[in-house]
Design a protein around this ligand. Structure first.
Ligand code: BTN
Length: 322
């Protein structure tokens, strides 16, 4: 399935205004019975849309829906390589499947992911038209050594983009998460395709919680927040996508030349754990100390008994000390 069927799309367009629509009117529009209307509504609810029924008034989306719009994103970003899908397995996978033919800056953005993936084999809850599921391709001609600090750079680019659309106060949690007041707002999953001596192809996946539907929230097993909760303005996912494309492009070009060095101060300013007592979970070991930020390779710096040591690796988790 790569898109809703015709009736699903008609219903979605109708409910997008956030107003009530009677079952009778919907039935007429779709050319189906009242029972079938119920089934179409259920199908939209199953993919994550928050649709309510109120007796005597009809059906209503919990909030107005603005769909992703390729033309708008391309116009706002000056990019001509934006790919928008209604339904994909995973936006990262969509790019990975086409990796041999991609140009730097190609993006794939979707309303819904059937198998959105997070780090460490977890799944990423991806309700329809609720959040941003965004993937971006970049090729590093200088090879895989260059990408050590990439996820940290992408975190900074994402915070920059959020600030540019008016969302302030977001911080970064080493190595891949965006936090707001201790709750997860967004995550980054970078997937690489590289041979030792050749160019390194990267797919940068970013998932940002925009408006969490009540039912989907029950599937998440850690403190979370979304942009709708922390912003007084409605969030325009098209503008956010375009701003992310611009920000990533600018920072990646610079990163290829100069690495992470020029961004260390910015990281320190955004680091949620900077100068706090933390514990590192490394396989079955726990190491406590004071977080002193990161170094130029993207390693976490931990101070223990006055000595600062770098830590790096996918299997390390960072927590506030008890
Ligand atoms: C994490 O915090 O575990 C990383 C989450 C990354 C989710 C994004 S959504 C867009 C892209 N496509 C995926 O399947 N995953 C990433």
């Amino acid at each position: 399935m790569s898109e809703l069927n015709e009736q699903g799309n008609i219903l979605l367009t109708l409910l997008a205004d956030g107003e009530f629509h009677s079952g009778e009117k919907i039935g007429e529009l779709l050319g189906v019975s009242r029972t079938s209307v119920n089934n179409y509504i259920k199908a939209l609810q199953e993919i994550g849309l928050d649709i309510y029924k109120v007796t005597g008034r009809g059906y209503c989306s919990a909030a107005p829906i603005t769909l992703l719009d390729k033309d708008k994103i391309e116009q706002l970003s000056n990019s001509r390589t934006v790919h928008v899908e209604q339904i994909v397995d995973s936006t990262n996978q969509w790019l990975l499947d086409r990796i041999a033919n991609l140009k730097n800056g190609q993006s794939c953005i979707s309303e819904y992911q059937l198998s959105g993936r997070g780090r460490r084999g977890r799944s990423w809850v991806s309700p329809f038209a609720s959040h941003l599921y965004f993937s971006f391709y970049w090729r590093f001609d200088s090879g895989i050594d260059k990408v050590a600090g990439l996820s940290l750079l992408v975190g900074i680019a994402t915070v920059n983009a959020l600030e540019k659309i008016g969302v302030q106060g977001v911080s970064l949690k080493w190595p891949n998460d965006l936090y707001y007041q201790g709750k997860k707002l967004a995550g980054i999953l970078i997937e690489l395709n590289a041979q030792a001596t050749e160019a390194c192809h990267s797919v940068i996946g970013i998932g940002i919680n925009v408006r969490m539907p009540a039912q989907q929230a029950k599937l998440i097993d850690q403190p979370w927040t979304d942009l709708t909760t922390l912003s007084s303005q409605p969030i325009d996912r098209n503008l956010l996508s375009a701003t992310l494309i611009n920000e990533l492009t600018t920072l990646l070009i610079e990163y290829e030349q100069s690495g992470l060095g020029p961004h260390l101060q910015r990281w320190f300013a955004l680091d949620y754990f900077f100068n706090k007592e933390v514990k590192l979970l490394i396989a079955d070991r726990v190491k406590t100390g004071i977080c002193r930020g990161i170094n130029e390779t993207g390693a976490l710096l931990l101070e223990c008994d006055g000595v600062i040591e770098p830590y790096i690796g996918g299997e390390i988790s960072l927590r506030l000390a008890d």
